[in-house]
Every structure is written in C-alpha cells, then in structure tokens.
Ligand binder design. Structure first.
Ligand code: ADP
Length: 455
C-alpha cells in the first residue's frame, strides 16, 4: 500500500517507547520541526525523553503488559494528543503486525513497514522461505517447522550435526538450542520448544545447521514506498553473549570491498522485490566466504548509530521521512562509507554475573570530543527502574581507521563515569584491549570463550 496521495509532513509524533531510544527518536523529530509526545509508564515519569518532549502521556503502570504493550492505552494517548503518526521504537510493539494495523486503522501513520512484512519476518520460517524465494542464500535447514522429534531427527541426519533448534517466533536469542549429536536432539528440541512457548506463546520450532565459527554480519536497508531501495553497508555484530550483541562495528573487519558491495546489493534487491517500506536489517551469518540469511528485523536496530557514524545519514530522520510517503530522493551512489565506528552497549548489570543492577545514578559523566557519541537517557540522580531492559548507554566512536577508532574508544570509556549502580563498563574496557579485538579476529563464539577464561 502506498501512502495516501500527497506527501504531508508529520506535525506531531507519538513515541511509544522509553529509555535512550525514546530520546533518540525525540531528537530526530525535534530537528525535523516535528512536535513529540512521549507515552510512558508510571515508572518513567522522570525519564529524560519525557522531560524533553513537547508533551507526555502516562499510559499505565510499570509492567510492560500494562503500559508499553497496552495498545488501547497507546492509541488513546495518540488520539487525545492529536498526533499524525506513531513511532514504536525498538522492542515492545515495534514488531507487532497487529499493532501496526491498528495504528493505521485509527487514522495514524505507523512509522515502520507494512503490517504484512512485519508478519512475514516475525515468523522466521516464513522469513527463510520468503528470502530464499527472493534469491538469498539461507542456512541449510528444515523446509518448514518441525512438529516432532522424529521429524527433527530425519532433517538433522540430512543436514548433518551439529544442528540448532530455533523458535519460529524467536527473538533476543531465546528459544534456541544446539544438538551436537543425535543423542542430544530430543532434549534440545523440547528445551527450545518450551522456551519458545514461555517467551513467545508459540512453540513452533525449525532446524538449522549449527555453523561452528561464523561472524554475524547484517545489512542496513532503507526503502521508500515508490520502489527505491538503498543499503547503508554492513555492521559486524559477532561479539555476543547468549546470542545477544555486546559490541558492534562498521564496516566489518572481515569483508573486502567486493564482498561488501555484493552483500549490500543482494540485500537491497531482495527488499526491493519484497515491496518493503522503511528501515530494515537483514541478518546473515558469514563463514568460509559464504553468507547465509538468518532473519530480517523490520525496525530500527540498537546498533544503528555505527552506520550513521560512517555514512553521515540520520536513519531515524530517513525512517520518518519515508513514512510520510516522501520519496528517498537519492540513490545508492549518495551513500559513501567513511572511516570506522564501534559501539559498546553499557548495561546496568554486574560485569561478571550479568545480574541486573537497577537503582539510583549518583554521578554521571559522558565522554565527549571529536568522533564521540553517547546515546543515553541517564542523568545525575536518575533512578533506573527495575522493570525493563538493562541497556543504559551506548558509547559510539568514529575514527578514520579501525585502529584510530579503538584508541578513541579506549579513552572515551576511560572518561565515562556512571556511579551508583554496577555496569558492564569494566567488561568493555577489558575487551577492547584484547589482541583479538584489536586485530578484528573474532567470531560469534569468541566472547563466550573469553568470558569462560576470565572465571
Ligand atoms: P534472535 O532473533 O533471537 O536474535 P537470530 O536468528 O537472529 O535470533 O540469531 C541470533 C544469534 O544466534 C546469531 O547472531 C548467531 O550468533 C546465533 N545463531 C543463529 N542461527 C545460527 C546458526 N544456524 N548457527 C550458528 N549460530 C547461529
């Protein structure tokens, strides 16, 4: 569906999210001359985005189900404040196709893709099938969901062990269990399935070959609703703990220019043929020179700033612009890659046990200087509520080369002060001094192995 008739810029946008990403979206809107309304829970009344927004509306008590996932409350807030559009941010309702539909049914624009595309990509089995049809290589695996252990065993014999049992509705690294041998398959199958039921309310699982040492490389795309699609190159997000990203960088130290172009073009072509609109990320595993599509995220990503740092584009601005129906107005040639950027995700967690550490910030000081960006909603005296994700700051650094970037990152992390709660800052300081990180020589297994060695 193309956006209706003439392009009318948004005057007012409701941000249905919290934390640093609500602030990030507010900032883009403000620079575009768009007024903002932040919808927040009672736990977030003193949040930075709420303080800076033109308006704010309390949509419910702290538990996400009663506030950030409460669709009627969010739609009421949008109606009361008379916004033109709703930005779902990251997480919460950002990949909920029904929410996107309801937003549009109530006469607001949804700053994101068509519900149909959210729905397809939200089901990883459907996403694999759709992308394979559009010409992307996928990880060898089952043709569709596998209903029984017996069926899984047949597929596993065909593709060869080790295999990964994955939740079709998966996200955040949940519902994923490896079986290295036939003897482990039954338990991997039932564990993945029960985790999928409890995390997503959907126990469908499928099988993929478990690649032993891949890198996670993803491509940022942007599409308008007139058929123009560009890509903004790749991000390497191989530094992960429990299948969740910890440090991301762009460009990937593992790709050469030819591979970069080929992957970007492949991703953009697939997205064009899909008829997609908005920002999106195609995630791939990369091993032995080959790429394998694993999933597409139909929203902004936490790590989008590294792409912004090397391209100079404001991806939220572009996302808002295409949501109005405005054409991109530029082609692939306009996107140039300059230097190197790395992002460290700082969580309010114990750096060893990773147990969340909510509480009051006694002292906060963000690093600055050339090429340094901190996306965070912290301030002195802020109290981190215990109900939500523990990400509290993203330190993003740009340098002319990867080596310069690492030096700048080290001095930036040394300047960062967050007192009052435990954070993963010491972990990042230790990591970026490691020789393998310095040389760019790591895979998705590297960080877990490194953590094991620290014990
Ligand atoms: P989620 O949606 O939960 O993030 P993904 O499918 O994106 O799940 O995978 C998350 C991470 O899990 C990947 O970045 C990678 O580290 C690991 N992973 C996923 N599929 C495979 C696979 N077939 N082989 C090896 N690792 C995998």
């Amino acid at each position: 569906m193309a956006r209706p008739d003439a392009v009318v810029p948004f005057r007012k946008v409701l941000i249905a999210n919290r934390g640093e990403i609500a602030l990030r979206i507010h900032r883009a809107c403000r620079e575009m001359g768009i007024a903002t309304v932040v919808a927040h829970s009672t736990a977030d009344g003193d949040a930075m985005a709420v303080r800076l927004a033109d308006e704010s509306v309390c949509i419910g008590p702290p538990p996400p189900r009663e506030s950030y996932l409460n669709i009627p409350a969010i739609l009421s807030a949008a109606a009361i404040t008379g916004v033109d559009a709703i930005h779902p941010g990251i997480g919460f309702l950002a990949e909920n196709a029904r929410f996107a539909e309801m937003v549009e049914e109530h006469g607001f624009a949804f700053i994101g893709p068509e519900p149909e595309h959210i729905r397809i990509m939200g089901d990883k089995v459907a996403a694999r099938e759709a992308m394979a049809r559009l010409g992307l290589p996928i990880v060898p695996g089952s043709d569709g969901p596998v209903a029984t252990v017996e069926e899984a065993a047949v597929v596993a014999e065909e593709i060869g062990y080790p295999v990964l049992v994955k939740a079709a509705a998966g996200g955040g690294g949940k519902g994923m269990k490896a079986a290295y041998h036939a003897a482990e398959l039954a338990s991997a199958f039932s564990l993945a399935r029960s985790e999928a039921v409890s995390a997503f309310g959907d126990g469908s699982v499928y099988l993929e070959k478990y690649l032993d040492a891949p890198r996670h490389i993803e491509v940022q795309v942007l599409a308008d609703c007139h058929g123009s699609v560009v890509h903004f190159g790749e991000r390497d997000c191989s530094l992960q703990r429990r299948h969740q990203k910890v440090i991301e960088e762009a460009p990937s130290p593992a790709l050469n220019a030819g591979q970069r172009d080929a992957l970007g073009t492949l991703a953009a072509d697939a997205v064009r043929r899909l008829g997609y609109r908005g920002v999106g990320t195609l995630e791939f595993l990369f091993q032995d020179g080959a790429f394998y599509f694993i999933e597409m995220n139909t929203r902004l990503q936490v790590e989008h700033p590294v792409t912004e740092m090397i391209t100079g584009f404001d991806l939220v601005r572009e996302q808002v612009r295409v949501a109005t129906g405005e054409p991109l107005g530029y082609g692939q040639d306009a996107i140039r890659f300059n230097g190197h950027a790395i992002e460290c995700r700082i969580n309010a967690e114990d750096p060893r046990t990773f147990i969340p550490s909510p509480g009051q910030i006694d002292s906060y000081h963000a690093p600055g200087g050339l090429g340094v960006r901190v996306d965070s909603a912290l301030y002195d005296g802020y109290r981190i509520p215990p109900y939500y994700d523990s990400l509290i700051a993203k330190v993003i650094v740009h340098g002319t080369s990867r080596a310069d970037c690492l030096l700048r990152l080290k001095r930036s992390l040394e300047e960062l002060v967050i007192e009052g709660v435990s954070t993963t800052l010491p972990l990042h300081v230790a990591l970026i001094c490691d020789d393998d990180i310095a040389s760019g020589n790591y895979t998705i297994r590297w960080l877990e192995n490194w953590l094991d060695r620290q014990e």
